[in-house]
Design a protein around this ligand. Structure first.
Ligand code: ATP
Ligand code: MG
Length: 898
């Protein structure tokens, strides 16, 4: 039964029993404590916690899950995926233990032709929490099984909680005995309270039923908690592993071989020339590849992009492990463009975003592989040298410094170093490495503090505010003020003076400077005083009411007691006003073109530039982008009046003003900025132009994705916008000059040229191949006689992997029939060495193997390779010993068959 059918039957079974069918939520949990959704119940948490009331009493779902802690088990056990799907049924204060047991048991034991899974009753073992007599008798009643068949397990297996005070309860797992091939015999009556590890693959856990009945007041560990009472409403939460049931119903050895996963293994076999099932170590790699390719694709599909921490790091690690595992199987080519589409084609039948969003998904994945290949290229040699040095000196540990250098200089993540070290039989001083990492982090933090001023410590600012009251803030009224310093800080502490060249912070009684907020950057400008001048580097409001200028003393010495003159750079400010008003215009235009659901999720603007992030799942079409730009330009031309007013939040809402994500407003008075009356109304504290025409121009320069359901529009305003267009005009002028054509004909002309180039390249390629293969007759004729074997060992400088293979196959075909023949061609192109060996039947009958020959010469070429007996391929990076490698081929042939 294929996975799709199991999914369908599961949902149909529970739907028929009155459950609402709820679609899978995204893998990205809407929960600060979880990196990813790791169980079917996660999207229902607010209902179980009583924070929200569900619309239904019963629900069912098949939820996408990611479990990163299981990554080490992947491929080693038969049953752990980093990605898998969990089928679940949920009762919110409706049916309880008996209902849950009955529903589960009916589905798994009902015959296949009646819509069930038809699992053999004799192989099924329900488990309960030790002493849960109620569950034992219910299992006996529902299933008719004798008590001996019901296994009692301890808290570790069969007590569920969220790890925090709140709901908890005993579980019942349903175990399936896969027979003696998967573990030793056992006696169910003496099993427990822990499940022995050696039985976990044999007694496969397929379903877990959680009976949420207790109120927990403290949870210290999985098996140490306090039950303070019972829940007023008892709930059911269950999880059945779709992939695990599929492996049983499809008669497979493990979950990586089921219909939606095996294709990747098959493809990997084809690419590596290795056979799945031939070697236990290789098999783990094949399974890791199948798992990781799928998991990373699903993660990218839900908006994760590779990064160095959090979700992004999990994705990076999965992608890299997949690529590395392919290398360890002997394939050094780009692998994801071949492997991932295989997974997409099967998973896409359920999750069609994989098909519709494929251009983005594939781009993210392939770019990461390319980046990783570069990392490997530069770092592997350094690693190898370091490892060799350690071994030479008789050591077994790679030092923390080495691991750190690999990380710091070559971007080698520590897990990669750990993995490669383990393969080389070494350990790594991980603690030393972590120590160095921590030091580096401290240094970075100190740097950041020095740059930004000591905003970390708000107590100092609180003191200033208490003493002097709030800063009189005049950014809306004026660009210059006479002001009195209230406090001068150096390195976060109060001081009397700042000397020339020093950086410090300055708090004034009144200021015209705009402090960074609402997406608008801080004003730039100067603060002058008798005998000196300060540059304003940054302006922040570290606590409400207090404006702090970060300044550098350009001339003279700042004395805390002296009057100063604060002056915002007027050019800067007009640029900032244009950009901020431009942001509102683009936002309104966006909503006009895309509809009111397109809502800003963040923004940033500085003189000349703006960007606006908004919630939207698809990329915009070029036409939509043009429309947004045009609506914006029309708004500028219409010279709409810009005005602002203070009002209560309720009034603002009534007015239809848009309050933006993440900003907090006083509930007494808010500022609403409007452009063209109701056309654009937003809650905003920024500085704006008076009329929209003053924005000058709005030129949209880009539209991109910024992860999970967010897009970003970027635009240039004012003079910057004009400058951008002028640059483009210059490029067009240069191109028309070079191509001697008119602007309107440019595109056609360039298209024509690239077409012709393609044709010419193809011709060239044909000619090159003909020339290469032309040599093959001569090579075959000149074959050397080594004992009974005809040997062609040839070097083909300038030939890459594909050519080398073609040539080798062609020469083999031209060797005399009926005589043993061996061909080995070693080519080198672009710093890569490629070797292909081919044998004929007679040579193989004499014990000559292409795979062995490639393996033998691999180390000389600074690489590896291998493959089957008839044809094998490998590569390396060292071209200096090709002749030696060819000589080795001849002597190997002589040794084996001579
Ligand atoms: P195990 O002990 O085998 O790791 P678990 O106790 O972690 O399983 P639960 O948290 O109870 O599993 O999850 C419910 C069901 O989800 C399990 O019964 C199993 O069928 C499935 N499941 C759990 N983890 C995985 C995984 N990593 N890959 C595939 N299926 C899984
Ligand atoms: Mg587990």
């Amino acid at each position: 039964m294929d996975t799709a059918e199991i999914r369908r039957r599961f949902l149909a079974h529970f739907e028929a029993a009155g459950h609402a069918v709820v679609p899978s939520a995204s893998l990205l949990a809407d929960d600060p404590n979880l990196l990813f959704v790791n169980a079917g119940m996660v999207p229902f948490k607010p209902y179980f916690l009583g924070q929200e009331t569900p619309q239904w009493d019963r629900a069912t779902s098949v939820q996408k899950c990611i479990r990163t802690p299981d990554i080490e088990d992947v491929g080693k056990t038969t049953r752990h995926g980093t990605f898998f799907e969990m089928c679940g049924n949920f009762s919110f204060g409706d049916y309880f233990k008996e209902g849950a047991i009955e529903l589960a048991w009916t589905l798994i034991t009902k015959p296949v032709d009646e819509g069930g899974f038809g699992l053999e009753v004799d192989r099924l073992y329900p488990s309960v929490l030790v002493g849960d007599d109620e569950a034992i008798s219910l299992w006996m009643k529902v299933t008719g099984l004798p008590e001996e068949r019901i296994v009692q397990l301890g808290n570790k297996e069969n007590y569920w909680s969220m790890g925090v005070p709140g709901p908890g309860g005993p579980c019942s797992e349903i175990l399936y005995d896969r027979g003696p091939d998967f573990g030793p015999d056992f006696d169910p009556t003496t099993l427990g309270p822990d499940m022995p590890v050696e039985l976990e693959d044999r007694l496969l856990e397929i379903w877990n039923l959680v009976f949420m009945q207790d109120e927990l007041s403290a949870v210290r560990s999985k098996s140490d908690f306090d039950i303070s009472g019972s829940l007023p409403r008892k709930n059911i939460d269950t999880g059945m592993g779709l992939d695990r049931v599929a492996l049983l119903l499809q008669g497979k050895q493990n979950m990586y071989e089921i219909d939606v996963m095996y294709g990747v293994i098959a493809k990997a076999e084809e690419m590596t020339g290795k056979t799945y099932g031939a070697d236990a170590g290789d098999d783990v790699r094949f399974r890791v590849i199948a798992d990781h390719v799928r998991s990373s694709m699903m993660l990218i599909g839900d908006g994760v992009t590779p990064g160095n921490d959090g979700r992004g790091y999990v994705l990076r690690r999965l992608l890299r492990r997949a690529v590395r595992s392919m290398r360890l199987l002997g394939c050094e080519d780009r692998v994801l463009p071949e492997l991932m589409p295989v997974s997409r084609d099967v998973m896409g039948q359920t999750y069609d975003n994989l098909l519709t969003d494929w251009p983005r998904i594939s781009q993210v994945a392939f770019a990461e592989e390319d980046a990783f290949r570069k990392t490997l290229q530069s770092g592997t040699q350094i690693f190898d040298t370091a490892a060799a040095e350690v071994k030479q000196t008789g050591g077994t540990t790679l030092s923390g410094e080495r691991a750190f250098a690999l990380h710091d200089t070559y971007g080698f993540p520590i897990d990669l170093t750990l993995e490669m070290a383990a393969e080389a039989g070494l350990t790594v001083d991980e603690q030393g490495f972590r120590g160095l990492m921590a030091e580096q982090r401290e240094r970075a933090k100190a740097d950041a503090r020095a740059k930004k001023g000591a905003h970390g410590d708000t107590a100092v600012y609180r003191g200033i505010l208490d003493e002097h009251g709030p800063t009189e803030w005049l950014a809306y009224e004026t660009l210059e003020t006479e002001s009195r310093p209230l406090a001068v800080l150096s390195g976060g502490a109060a001081t009397q003076r700042l000397a020339e060249g020093e950086i410090g912070e300055l708090v004034l009684d009144r200021t015209p400077f705009y402090a960074e907020s609402g997406g608008q950057v801080a004003d730039a400008g100067e603060i002058v005083f008798d005998g000196g001048r300060l540059e304003v580097i940054d302006v922040q409001r570290p606590i409400k009411g207090l404006v702090v200028h970060q300044v550098r003393v350009l001339e003279g010495e700042l004395d805390a007691g002296r009057e100063v003159h604060a002056r915002v750079d007027p050019e800067w400010r007009i640029g900032a006003r244009q950009a901020h008003s431009g942001t509102h215009v683009v936002h309104a235009a966006l909503r006009e073109v895309l509809g009111p659901t397109a809502l800003q999720s963040g923004s940033y603007n500085r003189p000349g530039y703006l960007r606006l992030d908004f919630g939207w799942t698809q990329g915009l079409s070029p036409q939509q982008v043009r429309d947004i730009e045009q609506v914006s330009q029309q708004a500028l031309r219409a010279d709409l009046a810009v005005s602002w007013d203070y009002m209560t939040l309720d009034q603002a809402k009534e007015w239809g003003a848009i309050a933006l994500f993440g900003e907090t407003y006083d509930n007494t008075k808010v500022r609403v900025v409007e452009i063209g009356g109701p056309w654009s109304r937003e809650l905003c504290g920024g500085t704006h132009v008076d009329h929209s025409s003053q924005i000058g121009t709005v030129v949209v320069t880009g539209e991109t994705s910024v992860g999970s359901g967010n897009r970003r529009i970027e635009a240039l305003t004012g003079v910057e916008g004009f400058a951008y267009l002028a640059r483009e005009r210059d490029v067009v002028a240069q191109l028309t000059g070079v191509l001697k054509t008119q602007p309107d004909d440019l595109v056609g002309r360039v298209q024509g040229l690239t077409e012709r180039l393609k044709v010419a390249e193809k011709e060239l390629e044909k000619a090159r191949l003909a020339q290469l293969l032309g040599a093959s007759a001569e090579l075959a004729a000149r074959a050397e006689q080594v004992g009974p074997v005809k040997v062609v060992a040839h070097r083909a400088d300038g030939a890459g992997g594909g050519d080398v293979r073609n040539l080798a196959m062609d020469v083999r075909g031209r060797l005399p029939q009926g005589e043993a023949g061996v061909v080995v061609i070693i080519g080198s192109a672009d710093g890569r060495v490629s070797v292909v060996a081919a044998t004929n039947d007679e040579a193989r009958a004499r014990g000559l193997s292409a795979g062995e020959l490639v393996r033998a010469v691999g180390p000389l070429l600074g690489g590896k390779g291998g493959g089957k007996d008839d044809v094998a391929q490998g590569g390396g990076s060292d071209a200096s010993r090709i002749d030696e490698a060819l000589a080795l081929v001849t002597s190997e042939v002589a040794r084996v068959a001579g």
